[in-house]
Design a protein around this ligand. Structure first.
Ligand code: 5AD
Ligand code: SF4
Length: 428
């Protein structure tokens, strides 16, 4: 989401004749787009602000602004704590940036952290910054109202709201016409996507079908689905379209039903496994990836074992794994003590990471010797004679460049693998 927000901000600033620079020392304006999801994300921003403070001492005219979730969470407290910040803008305030910058120019500090019930930036055409020119993100909804007990997002990003399907399809079509070959539709919970105009409701599967029908050469991905409402209709829609990628990110968070209850995830382990069975049944060969939290409040060894066992049972292709980090004002912070000692959290996370390494390697080994259609995304870092790209299952493949370029679809037979990458040759 943050990446997508930065592109919206770049677009708003481009209209004000700001130009991006890769040389930080020559910048007149530096905006940090921030995340609050875990404490270490915020600590990194604090460190970065210290570096920028040094830069500002050398260039007193430099304007420094903080955008996004951390701006929303800490509001004017940040202006007190970090005196060299000039500007604070929450996730729903980016349209106001030109006025806020004027205010800064006139010598005042500027802040807008109002959350909105309907801002989706639908009409703003994001500037695609620093990407490959092959893949792009499209934000289709904002906010979240799930209030998982550990999570700060509902407080920093506000109410859930969907963006008009017409603007989404238009954006995807324009990207295709510019040469992009893959779009990822983004939302905190894409299955809650809903639009109703003149009594003509559009659900997420209907939106996905529309985007997929722009052109068979446009791949479509989406993230993230919440397990509580990933429907058979959505799975059938994915199965029915070759260009909807066969890869689903389905955060489990924990394998213990007791933990899931405390986390307010509104599903049990059995429910989650039923959804996994539905994916396996309806979309054979679909990759499944997940998010996992180690050491949530009161987690016992038994709960942790259940997480390891759900990982083995599903056989995830990839996982994002985190240590629980208490976030101020969340339900967990108010109701439960953060009582798993740090060394135990770390050990459990290490075990989860080690198991996932095994599972990723096993999953990749099963793909060796198979042929895949790979969308080439760029030149390999190691050799300009090699390209890298992704399979429909979102696995990275490195293969000989031959006469191919980023943006081409290439048939590749895989020859070897590590836990992270497949290596292949061009199919005969
Ligand atoms: N501590 C650790 N991990 C968290 N996540 C969200 N909030 C927290 C937290 N307080 C993780 C979840 C979520 C992912 C985006 O970040 O796994 O799915
Ligand atoms: Fe956070 Fe839960 Fe919303 Fe995801 S679904 S953003 S974990 S509250």
């Amino acid at each position: 989401m943050n990446f997508s927000d930065s592109e919206i901000v770049a677009s708003i600033l481009a209209d004000q004749n700001y130009e991006p620079t890769t040389d930080i020392k020559s910048a007149d304006l530096i905006l940090l787009n921030t995340c609050s999801i875990r404490d270490n994300a915020e600590q990194r921003v604090r460190n970065r602000l210290n570096e920028l403070h040094a830069l500002k001492r050398k260039h007193p005219g430099l304007v420094i602004g903080l955008l996004g979730c951390m701006a929303e969470r800490l509001k004017d407290k940040l202006l007190e704590e970090e005196r060299h910040i000039d500007l604070i803008v929450g996730p729903d305030g980016y349209r106001q940036l030109p006025q806020l910058l004027e205010q800064v120019e006139s010598g005042q500090k500027a802040i807008n952290v109002l959350l909105s019930a309907d801002e989706t930036y639908a009409d703003i055409n994001p500037v695609r910054t620093g990407g490959s020119g092959v893949t792009a993100y499209i934000s289709i909804m904002r906010g979240c109202e799930n209030f998982c007990a550990y999570c700060v997002v509902p407080y920093t990003r506000g109410k859930e709201r969907s963006r008009s399907p017409i603007t989404i399809v238009k954006e995807a079509r324009e990207l295709f016409e510019q040469g992009f070959r893959e779009v990822t539709l983004l939302g905190q919970n894409v299955n809650s996507y809903h639009w109703d105009e003149n009594n003509q409701p559009v659900s997420f599967p209907a939106l996905l079908r529309e985007v997929a029908s722009i052109n068979p050469l446009l791949r479509v991905r989406f993230a993230t689905s919440h397990p509580k409402d990933i429907s058979d209709e959505l799975l059938e829609c994915i199965a029915a379209h070759d260009n909807i990628c066969k890869s689903i990110h389905l955060p489990v968070q924990s394998g213990s039903t007791r933990m899931l209850g405390m986390m307010k995830r509104s599903y049990t382990r059995e429910w989650y496994m039923d959804r996994i069975a539905a994916i396996r049944r309806i979309i054979p060969g679909c990759a499944i990836t997940t998010d996992i939290i180690a050491g949530f409040c009161s987690e016992t060894e038994e709960d942790h074992e259940q997480t390891l066992s759900v990982m083995r049972e599903v056989g995830y292709d990839y996982a994002y794994m985190f240590k629980y980090s208490e976030r101020p004002n969340t339900i967990a912070a108010k109701k439960y003590p953060d009582d798993v000692p740090e060394d135990i959290k770390s050990r459990r996370l290490d075990e989860i990471i080690a198991l996932q390494q095994e599972l990723s390697l096993k999953s990749n080994k099963l793909d060796v010797g198979k042929e895949f259609e790979v969308l080439a995304e760029g030149v390999s870092k190691r050799s300009d004679q090699q390209l890298f790209g992704r399979t429909s299952q979102n696995k990275v493949v490195v293969f000989p460049r031959s006469a191919f370029n980023p943006g081409d679809y290439v048939k590749v037979v895989t020859l070897s693998c590590t836990a992270a990458t497949l290596r292949g040759e061009l199919a005969k």
